[in-house]
Structure formats: C-alpha cells, structure tokens
Design a protein around this ligand. Structure first.
Ligand code: NAD
Ligand code: UFG
Length: 345
C-alpha cells in the first residue's frame, strides 16, 4: 500500500526532528521543509540512522509562496501538514517583533492558502501553554481563559490560533488540530537527535546540561521567592518523544477525517508541576552528575506556575505522556555527552 505523505515544516528543528522519526516509524512518507535558520541539515543523518529511512528534505523558506508551491508540485499527494516552522525565542521577539510576526504568520497563512489548491486535508499547529499566561487556577484545561500575550512570540501563537479558527469558520475545506505544548525537554534515547540551541541557552534544560558538562560555570535559578512549595517556578516538563508521538496520532486523526470538530485543541503535558529546584535534583539523582547552581533574582516576564490538565488528550486522542522525568533527564544528559563526543559542544 502506498504510504501517506506528510509535510513537516521546521522538520530539522528540535520537535520536528523527533516527530519525523515517529512518523517514519509509524509508516508515513515524510517531506521536510526547513530554512535551517535554527537547525542543521546534519539532523537528517540522525533521523536516517534511527529509522533507516532518509526523509525528503527541501531547504527553503515557508514565507516564500513560490518555494511552497514548487514543493507541493514536486511532492504530490501531501495529505497533512505539521507546521513547526517558526521563530521561537521569547526575548528576541521583544527586540525584533516584526521579524516574529512576519515569519510566524506568513508561514502559517501561506500554508493554509495553499492547502485547498493541493487537496491537503489536515493541519497540525504547534501552539504553546504561553496562551494561558499566568493562570488563576492550575492545572489548566483547554477551556481556561486565554490571557493577554506578554511577548510578540506569544502573540503570534494566539493570533495563529485565531487565524486557523477563523478560516475554519469561513468554510475552509480542511480540518485542524491545535496542540498546546507545555515545556518540551529531553532527547531521543539513541542520543542521535536532540535540542541544539544557538549560543547561550535561554531555556532551563539546555543551560542545565551545559553547566553539568562544564561549558557554563553555574546555572542561575531565577527566583526562590515565588509562592510555590520551594519558592522556585513550576512548569510541566514533557518528554519530546512523548510529544512527538501525539503529533502522529493527531495527523492520523485528520487524514482519516476522524476529528469531532473541524478544529480541535489539546493540551500536551504530563499533568505534573515540577519546580526548578526539583528538576535540578531529579537530574542530579538520575545521572549522578552535579549541577552547580545559585539563586538569583526573578527573570522578567516569568510566570509563577503552570501545569496541564491533559485529560482531553488522554481521553480523546488516547495519548498519555509515558516517560518518567528521571529517564527524560538521562536522555538530555546522553545527548549533551553525544555533542561533546562529536566535538560540537
Ligand atoms: P526549533 O527552532 O528547533 O524548530 C523550528 C524549525 O523551523 C527550525 O529548524 C528553523 O530552522 C525552522 N524555521 C523557522 N522559520 C522557518 C521558515 N520561515 N521556513 C522554514 N523553516 C523555518 O523549535 P522547536 O522547539 O522545535 O519548536 C517547534 C515549534 O513548536 C515552534 O513553532 C515553536 O514555537 C513551538 N513550541 C515550542 C516550544 C518549546 O519550548 N520548544 C514550546 C511551545 C511551542
Ligand atoms: N530558568 C532558570 N534558569 C535558567 C533558565 C530558566 O531558573 O537559566 C527557569 C525559568 O525561570 C522558568 C523555568 O526555568 O521558571 C523554565 O524556563 P524556560 O525558559 O525553560 O521555559 P519557559 O517556561 O519560560 O518558556 C518555555 C518556552 C516558551 C514557551 C513556554 C511554554 O521558552 O517559548 O515554555 O511552552 F512558550
């Protein structure tokens, strides 16, 4: 039987590469487009080493309609799109808002406009728990209020969700699933793919593993005076392979036209809130490696706590986060060791 063809935009990136592996393992034919603005083409080698299959790769920019039209013509019969391509650094988005609105929204609109022309039936969108802002109540469900965005990046996610919903309401001939990720962490257990941040990491886990490796002197814990059990902020850290698997379920549901509504929204998290200090402790226990750290002041813009109620994804998609936090920490450490062995970092 012919394999179902799926377009993965941003497929050489962190979550896109892990999702490509899971799609190939599930029997899909994957075409990747990525402009390599935040990733490296070598990632394709890692995907091939894990799966034994080399996905088709187009180096191109999703903000360029002609590039996308050529891709859909060269690779006919694409049934679904998973759209990871976006700029994602919160701090940079405050400095360069127009770049963020241009890149994230043009990419989205181009893809949605081309779907009817090429008969694409399903669209999966990477959203974020950032849309809930500082929630009044945790855990958050998909019905929890959407709060005003605190950065242009966060705003692109809110606007993107609205663009998708408006297009559906106007009768678009495709269906969509919006996935709101909590904090994706960890790497593939083979350590052949993982997260490769540019420059000094802004996110907790890459900073932590680089500190454990001795690349950074000390991890700064941003605040221990929050109203939480140990004073540090609480997040819902979701294993990237678990997260990737949810995309396979979502795209299958769209391609097989099994969605209950034309646009469905799901939280993707574990349901457990973990503090920064607890995360450091879990890493140290799981790997036996110490993480030098110090408490510093709060980071501007951080929220105190957010964690998911993932029951809708559990019940409707039949998806549950399975990896333990300890195993996820080990995967992140193995990936950091792989980068050292390869002389990358
Ligand atoms: P990433 O930067 O590793 O991957 C994004 C990929 O898209 C990169 O490879 C980049 O080169 C590519 N890209 C960017 N703009 C492009 C364009 N115009 N055309 C083609 N390729 C382009 O990021 P990630 O962590 O894998 O995130 C994937 C998606 O998930 C993003 O939309 C991000 O906003 C969203 N998300 C991420 C997180 C997180 O914490 N990692 C949380 C919530 C949502
Ligand atoms: N933190 C530190 N030290 C660091 C880095 C982070 O203490 O060096 C703390 C932060 O204060 C926060 C927690 O670790 O309490 C997690 O911070 P991250 O920067 O890793 O993640 P955020 O929750 O701030 O935001 C991330 C992404 C956003 C996305 C959001 C929800 O960066 O793009 O998750 O998905 F919107």
């Amino acid at each position: 039987m012919e394999k179902t063809r799926i377009l993965v935009t941003g497929g050489t990136g962190y979550i896109g590469s892990h999702t490509t592996v899971e799609l190939i393992n599930a029997g899909y034919d994957v075409v990747i487009i990525d402009n390599l603005s935040n990733s490296n083409a070598d990632v394709i080698d890692g995907i091939e080493a894990i799966t034994g299959v080399r996905p088709a790769f187009v180096k191109g920019d999703c903000t360029d309609v002609a590039t996308l039209r050529k891709l859909f013509t060269d690779y006919p019969g694409i049934k679904g799109i998973i759209n990871f391509a976006a700029s994602k650094a919160v701090g940079e988005s405050v400095q360069k808002p127009l770049l963020y609105y241009r890149n994230n929204l043009d990419t989205l609109i181009n893809l949605l406009e081309l779907m009817p022309e090429f008969g694409v039936k399903g669209f999966v969108f990477s959203s974020s728990c950032t849309v809930y802002g500082e929630p009044d109540v945790n855990p958050v469900t998909e019905q929890s209020p959407i709060k005003a965005a605190t950065s242009p990046y966060g705003n692109t996610k809110q606007i993107s969700e609205e663009i998708i919903t408006d297009a559906i309401h106007a009768g678009a001939p495709w269906n969509a699933i919006i996935l709101r990720y909590f904090n994706p962490v960890g790497a593939h257990p083979t350590a052949l793919i993982g997260e490769l941040p540019n420059g000094v990491p802004q996110n907790l886990l890459p900073y932590l593993t680089q500190t454990a490796m001795g690349i950074r002197k000390e991890l700064s814990v941003f605040g221990d005076d929050y109203p939480t059990r140990d004073g540090s902020c609480i997040r819902d850290y979701i294993n990237v392979v678990d997260l990737a698997k949810a995309h396979v379920i979502a795209v299958k549901r769209l391609v097989e036209e099994k969605t209950l509504e034309p646009v469905e929204i799901f939280n993707l998290g574990t349901g457990d809130g973990v503090s920064v200090l607890e995360l450091i402790n879990t890493f140290e226990q799981a790997t036996g490696v110490k993480v030098p750290h110090k408490i510093v002041g709060r980071r501007a813009g951080d929220i105190t706590q957010v964690w998911a109620d993932p029951s809708r994804a559990n019940n409707v998609l039949g998806w549950t986060a399975k990896e333990t936090l300890a195993d996820t920490m080990i995967s992140a450490w193995k990936w950091q060791e792989h980068l050292r062995e390869k002389g990358i970092m």
